[in-house]
Ligand binder design. Structure first.
Ligand code: GLA
Length: 382
């Protein structure tokens, strides 16, 4: 591959993509990918990649595999960045990104009760970073690692493959876990994420991405008016520490029922016990699946901008988190403070605390097995 530097930006050639000459600054007509140096963390260099395909552009950091920006048109063709994040690497590093904006989450997305699980007769203790539980992989999960990046050419797509090898015992998890996550920007304003992982010792894994969405544009206010539809007739109720009780409860007749598109703000201040525990929505929905392939899990729409987002996945569950813990102390990409409900995360996943619930789909990965999981975020307008 040939590279050349221009105005601090390294443009990658040789992808057979018919690279637009100004690929780094314009969402051109043809798929393109460019790379720029983006600082360093703990002595490790970080790069930022810009992937464009038509009127759609995303930026991805090798730090945390973070989806930093996603620019997509509204019904009048006007671009806005619809994902929450920071405008600098320092934003992510110095704040330790407590909100996990845009980050890849591993080894285990969401909570493990008291950070403890037993596998093969051995009990493992993880860091308690969300008292009294372990959350999102512990103190230094995949969101705080620098990933190795490789651009990948497709016919009408452009992709970035990120790899990370997590050593045996890292954050208390057994086995060397080799993870590859590929972000593909499709020709019709879609982001496809393919997860792939193998281990050399039995372990537990639950990978996801923690992007927050605001279809009006990040920093423009709350998502109370966004309508959400979840293809789920059950959810996993939680205790006061947000650990599942183990039951699969029906959504019917409760504020958890999103089978019909409903405005998020209509019920997120309800006194329903589950909503009180979560300070709003922060739960795992059990998807009504028909098979093992990619199936629609969620649809989000914003009437004001006309933007829509459809999420399809191969996973059995989805965490709908309404940005309840955003408290106005973080200033986002456009410089505005993020307050409660200014974005929603929809994290496709296996269920929280699965290692401690035999009735949940298993998150155990053994040597010789391959974890494969796919989620597609499809943007549109209406
Ligand atoms: C997940 C959790 C939330 C919160 C966010 C990050 O969605 O379920 O409780 O921890 O991550 O702030």
């Amino acid at each position: 591959m040939r590279t050349f530097a221009r105005a601090g930006v390294v443009v990658l050639l040789g992808l057979g993509l018919g690279l637009a000459s100004s690929s780094s600054s314009q969402a051109g007509a043809k798929p393109s990918i460019s790379k720029e140096a983006y600082g360093s963390v703990g002595g490790q260099a970080v790069d930022r990649y810009t992937l464009s395909n038509g009127k759609f552009r995303v930026r991805i950091l090798t730090y945390g595999g973070i989806l930093q920006t996603v620019e997509t048109p509204d019904r009048h063709g006007r671009l806005a960045n619809v994902t929450l994040g920071f405008g600098t690497l320092g934003g992510y590093v110095t704040s330790k990104n407590p909100a996990y904006f845009g980050a890849l989450i591993g080894r285990y997305g969401n909570r493990i009760a008291k950070g403890k699980f037993t596998l093969g007769g051995q009990t493992y203790q993880l860091a308690i970073n969300n008292d009294p539980n372990s959350l999102h992989g512990g103190n230094a999960g995949f969101d705080k690692r620098v990933w190795t990046a490789t651009p990948v050419a497709g016919k009408n797509t452009v992709a970035l493959r990120l790899s990370y090898v997590s050593p045996n015992g890292e954050e208390g998890y057994p086995g060397t876990l080799r993870t590859t996550v590929t972000y593909t920007i499709t020709k019709d304003r879609g982001i496809r994420i393919d997860y792939h992982a193998t281990t050399d010792k039995a372990t537990v894994v639950n990978l996801t991405n923690h992007a927050y969405w605001n279809l009006g544009g990040e920093g423009t206010g709350t998502i109370d008016d966004h309508k959400l539809q979840l293809r789920a007739s059950r959810y996993t109720p939680v205790d006061s520490t947000l650990i599942p009780t183990g039951k699969l409860a029906a959504v019917a007749g409760t504020p958890m029922d999103f089978r019909k598109a409903t405005a998020i703000g209509a019920r997120n201040r309800s006194s329903f016990q589950q909503i009180v525990y979560g300070r709003g929505y922060d739960h795992n929905w059990v998807l009504d699946r028909h098979g093992k392939g990619l199936e629609v899990a969620a649809r989000v729409s914003d009437a004001a901008s006309g933007r829509t987002l459809t999420i399809s996945t191969t996973e059995p569950g989805i965490q709908f988190y309404g940005g309840n813990f955003l408290d106005g102390t973080l200033y986002g990409t456009s410089g505005r403070a993020y307050r409660q409900g200014d974005g929603l995360a929809l994290e496709t996943q296996h269920f929280p605390d699965s290692p401690n619930h035999a009735n949940f789909p298993s998150t155990v990965l053994r040597p010789g097995q391959v974890l494969r999981s796919t989620t597609v975020y499809q943007f549109g307008t209406r």
